[in-house]
Each structure stands twice: as C-alpha cells, then as structure tokens.
Design a protein around this ligand. Structure first.
Ligand SMILES: [Zn+2]
Length: 233
C-alpha cells in the first residue's frame, strides 16, 4: 500500500544523507496520505546504506503500525502530533545537522541576519522552551511535538517551517517529505551562516523592509520568484 508515498519518503530520507545532514541513523523523514490518514515513516535504526522503500513503515494517526516489518522511528509520535495539529503539511523531517543543532543546544533562536534567511522564514527561526522533567519522563516524543507547536502558534507551518527543539535539534515541515527535507537543508545553511555572522560580531537582524521584501517575493501573494508554472514551458 502507498507505494508512491513510500518512494517519496525513502527519497526524502536519502536526500538528508546526500546533503550531509545526518550521520549514522540520526535523522528521520515521513510523509502523510491525507486521504487515508496514514503516515509513511523511516524505520527505527535501519542503516541508510541498505534502506529501500519496502523498509518504510506505515502507521496510522494513533501510532499503530498498519504495514511494515520494522518498528517505526522512535520520533513517530512527534511527527504524528504535527500532522494532527497542522492539516496543511504533508511531510516532516528531523535531523541532528551540526549547525542547526548547535543553535538548539545553545537554546537560541536563529536571528534573521540576511536575505538567505528571509527567503526561508519571515523572522527568527524559533527555539522551543526546555521540556520539563515530567515532559521528558512521560510521553517525551509527544511532548516534543507540543513544544514545537507552542512556538509555531497560529502561524502557517508552511511559512514558519523550521523549529529548533531546545538541547535537541531541528524539525522541519513541508508540503511533502522531499519539501521538508529541502527545508532542513536550507535551515542548516542558514544556521551555519548565522553562526559565522555572530562570530564576526554582527548582532543586529536584517532590516524589516528587506526581510519582508525577500520573503514576500518568494512566498507571499503575488510572489514572483522562479518560473510561472501556469505558462507551461
Ligand atoms: Zn533527535
């Protein structure tokens, strides 16, 4: 079942390896089929070298395995929480990519220092609050989803698609799994640039009018970045 989605989710997981965002098995990507409400997610602890689409695990929105020979990623309850909370998203990605994770470990939002950042997100990349001892001890992965949602608030998760989880690492959302993987790649590059920007002594974010200009020309109503798909080739 969901063979197309399994292929897409496998591709997203391998995209993370290609872009240098995961080492060993420290990352996971998933995608959802909204019609059936089923999620396809990376299996837990399976090497990327040998992973194929048949290894992908199908779960429902209660976390029950519907199909697959492996256990789903241990982060599955976080993914499920985000799919339930945000009907517009179709993919979720989690990595421990080094620069984004460094900001998460420092417990710091990534300020919007320039136009590269502005193309990705309208404002700082938020870092969640710390989870409490109780939240870590009981339903940790579900509570990770909750603190992410706390920071997104009423914002559109496709516009504010990246969140850093305090002392942990980044989670990214997208229209589908490869889109979310692309966001994770962008985030890592932005986190790297911001790190060097801070090292060079800049602490002031980009001006509002430039931030708004860059974000809206790519994402806003009347966006004009890229090619007009309605005009064909
Ligand atoms: Zn993690």
């Amino acid at each position: 079942m969901l063979e197309g989605l399994k292929r897409t989710v496998l591709k997203a997981n391998l995209d993370l390896v290609r872009d240098g965002l995961v080492v060993r098995t420290w990352g996971n990507a998933s995608g959802i089929d909204r019609e059936s409400g089923l999620v396809v997610i990376k299996p837990s602890g399976v090497s990327y070298d040998t992973m194929n689409e048949g290894d992908m695990v199908v779960i429902d929105l209660d976390g029950r395995v519907v199909e697959g020979g492996y256990r789903p990623s241990t982060d599955a309850p976080t993914h499920i929480y985000l799919y339930r909370e945000y009907p517009s998203i179709g993919g979720v990605v989690h990595t421990h990519s080094a620069f984004a994770t460094a900001w998460a470990q420092a417990g710091r939002d990534i300020p919007a220092f320039g136009t590269t950042h502005a193309d990705h997100c309208y404002g700082a990349i938020p870092c969640t609050r710390k989870l409490t001892r109780e939240e870590v001890g009981n339903e940790y992965e579900l509570n990770t989803g909750k603190v992410i949602a706390e920071r997104i608030g009423a914002n559109d998760p496709l516009m504010f698609s990246s969140v850093l989880v305090y002392s942990h690492g980044p989670f990214c959302m997208g229209r589908d799994a490869p889109d979310a993987a692309g966001k994770a790649t962008e985030l890592e590059e932005i986190a790297r640039m911001a790190y060097f920007t801070v090292v060079l002594g800049q602490t002031v974010p980009v001006d509002d009018y430039l931030l708004g200009k860059h974000f809206s020309r790519k994402h806003g109503r009347g966006a004009y970045y890229g090619q007009d798909k309605s005009k064909g080739s």
